[in-house]
Design a protein around this ligand. Structure first.
Ligand SMILES: CC(C)(COP(=O)(O)OP(=O)(O)OC[C@H]1O[C@@H](n2cnc3c(N)ncnc32)[C@H](O)[C@@H]1OP(=O)(O)O)[C@@H](O)C(=O)NCCC(=O)NCCS
Length: 173
C-alpha cells in the first residue's frame, strides 16, 4: 500500500529500483540476513537486490491493505538506513506482522523503534486493530524493539514459520 510518512529523523517511503546498491548494504549484510525469515534467499550483489526490489514493487498493489514493504531513509543526509514491512503471517494470513531490518552500522540509535511507531500509528488509522511481531528467542535486538514499542508478549509458537518464535502484539490504546 502506498505510503509516505515522516518522523523526527526519518522518512518512510516506497522502494525504488535505484535503491538496490544501498539496500544491499542492509539485506546483504550477514548480521541482518541471519535473522530474516527462513523463506529469505540471500542476496549477494546489487543485481540480485534489484530483482528483489522489483518483485516487492510489483507485488505492492496486490497486497491486502495495509500490508506493504517500505524503505527507511534518514532525513538529514538522505541515506537509506533500513526497511520495514507489514505482512500477513503464514500460513493463516490473518495476523499482520511488522518486520524491521536496519543497516548494521546504524543499530543502537532507535531508528527501528521510531519508524515502527509511525508505521503502526498509520496502520491503526487504516482500520486494523492489532499488529504482531515475531522474533527468534535469541534475537535480543528484535525483542528489544518489540518491548520499546510497548508490545505485549503473547507467547511462544511454531505455527508461523515452523520455527520457535516469540510472539508480541500491540493494540490501539
Ligand atoms: C532488529 C533491528 C532492526 C533492531 O535494531 P536496533 O538499532 O537495535 O533497534 P532500535 O532502532 O529500536 O534502537 C534501539 C537501541 O538504540 C538506543 N537508542 C538510542 N536512541 C534512541 C531513541 N531515540 N529511541 C529509542 N532507542 C534509542 C536504545 O537504547 C537501544 O540501544 P541498545 O543497542 O543498547 O539496545 C536490527 O538489529 C536488525 O536489523 N536486525 C536484523 C534483522 C532482524 O532481526 N529483524 C527482526 C526480525 S523481522
Amino acid at each position: 500500500m502506498s505510503l509516505e510518512l515522516t518522523t523526527d529523523r526519518l522518512r518512510i517511503r516506497e522502494w525504488e529500483l535505484d535503491d538496490a546498491e544501498a539496500a544491499l548494504e542492509i539485506y546483504g549484510a550477514a548480521e541482518v540476513a541471519h535473522w530474516l525469515t527462513p523463506e529469505w534467499q540471500p542476496v549477494n550483489d546489487a543485481g540480485a537486490m534489484r530483482s528483489v526490489l522489483h518483485a516487492w514493487i510489483e507485488a505492492g498493489p496486490n497486497l491486502i491493505p495495509p500490508a506493504g514493504r517500505w524503505a527507511i531513509v534518514r532525513k538529514d543526509d538522505g541515506a537509506l538506513v533500513g526497511g520495514l514491512s507489514l505482512k500477513l503471517l503464514p500460513p493463516y494470513e490473518e495476523d499482520f506482522e511488522l518486520t524491521w531490518a536496519l543497516r548494521p552500522d546504524v543499530w543502537g540509535q532507535g531508528y527501528a523503534t521510531e519508524a515502527s511507531r509511525a508505521a503502526i500509528g498509520w496502520a491503526f488509522e487504516q482500520g486494523i486493530d492489532e499488529v504482531f511481531a515475531v522474533a527468534r528467542p535469541n534475537n535480543r535486538r528484535a525483542v528489544g524493539v518489540a518491548r520499546r514499542l510497548g508490545m505485549e508478549w503473547v507467547g511462544e509458537t511454531e505455527k508461523y514459520y515452523d520455527m520457535r518464535l516469540q510472539v508480541f502484539r500491540l493494540r490501539p490504546v
